[in-house]
Design a protein around this ligand. Sequence first.
Ligand code: SAM
Length: 254
Amino acid sequence: MDWPEFVRATARLGVPLSSHQEARLREYTQRLLAANRRVNLTALRDESALLQRYLLDSLALLPVMAQTLGCSVEALRARSLRGIDVGSGGGAPGIPLAIAWPALRMTLVEATAKKARFLQEVTQSLELPVPVLSQRAEEVAHQPAHRERYDLVTARAVAALPALVELTLPFLRVGGWAFFPKGERAGEETQAALAAIQILGGEEVQKVPYPGSDAGAIVVIRKVATTPERYPRRPGVPTRRPLLRGTRKGEPEG
Ligand code: SAM
């Protein structure tokens, strides 16, 4: 995929870009490709793959978010919602979303210091008002400034769904929404995560086909109740011992 094809594909998705947004996405891509030679930010090494599978896949969340919130993409892009992207790595999907939706108040969480440093440098050079937290989600989610403060949470390629919901749902206010791009195992992962989703205050799991692609789905979860204070458990525990079916609500864990 080259730039003209990418721009046409964003328009087909219903996410037209201004020339300023396009320039920012270009600069982001160049910086990501350059930094990827030093730090392993993404396995995608060439521009074509980055455009298709990093930028476009990130922007494909926008129509799904708009549909979920019951508005057009244009109306969504005018709304000043609070979003948090957990395990951003090189910035997907948080940075493309922040570029294409400037009213979104996005925060990035990334545990690996070298990756967080790249995110800090790139957000600064792109003049994106996007704070980068170089910490683990398990710690940030217990901080009052971040706990249950967000309207939207995203996370891509961070963990299997039973662990991922523990790392992310605590950030959402009641009424907020989680959006997780997932591969072909979306259905299986969702089944395995149903108990965890309920324990953490989520419901209404939907699997929305990935716009513009035949594989994968975006798993969408709504937060309907406050997350019990003890979640997420200590760093590493959510992935090591995910909340699976049969975990009792009052059981001491972690
Ligand atoms: N989201 C990016 C993408 O789609 O390319 C990065 C995916 S990378 C495979 C997973 C990232 O999640 C890594 O950068 C890792 O450091 C980060 N991560 C994993 N567990 C985390 C946690 N508990 N808190 C914060 N970041 C985490």
